[in-house]
Design a protein around this ligand. Sequence first.
Ligand code: 6AU
Length: 258
Amino acid sequence: HCMKTRDLMERAKLAKHEVSRKIFEVMYQKQTNLCLSADVTNSKELLHLAESIGPYICVLKTHVDIIEDFDQSTCRNLLNIAHKHNFVLFEDRKFADIGHTVSKQFTGGMFRISEWADVINAHPLPGPGIIKELKNANKRSGCLLIGEMSTNGNLITPAYTKATLKMAEENDDFVIGFISTSRISHDPHFLHFTPGVSLDCKGDGKGQQYLTPSEVVSKRGADILIVGRGITLAHDPVAAAKVYAQEGFSGYLAAVDV
Ligand code: 6AU
């Protein structure tokens, strides 16, 4: 199971889900492993970020529940921009409840996440029922399991992370990878997304801890770096995105298999 290659087209062939195959292909086509975390609070700002930073990213991550004027046109516009600039949409809902509840949160309410999100994430904490019900609700989306967190003092232990990997392996027709701060699996079909990335800050004073792009990609084995405020609060977000994309992808190509 040792990962012999970081070749993206090889990994695309090994993908077990349509969405992970697409992500590997987009990374290859656009030569980027940057995921923008577009944590803004209105639709106009969200769509503006998607339009201006879209060319430099493979994934755009949202928290739709913080958008004050969200409606279905927000999603329609976002889908159009995603199509135009060739990136996938990741709703960072962090499902964490019983199967019955998460399936309603995934498909229903105001947000109808299952209708537009290519990628979702879930805490494995409740047990395999959460994955089963999310999958039953809509298996076209790919799910990332949160195997590690970036925050100071989080309660995740190595045993929990190991159990997360097992749950992913047992559901690899739906689980496409992990949110983590290190490489959890050596199977090349799994994607590792790492949050807590900044070139300027060590933390945000609210528990978030940051590492640099080269640290997460080259040393810790991340496939995709998730960057929020490092880009969105920059004086020139587009210029910042280009720097993160460049650092991230050169780190990916230089990384030794871990
Ligand atoms: O770059 P930032 O700190 O502005 O934003 C980081 C983004 C936020 C968090 O909700 C998210 O990444 N995140 C996650 C995810 C993606 O699941 C897990 C985690 O452990 N830490 C973290 O920051 O939108």
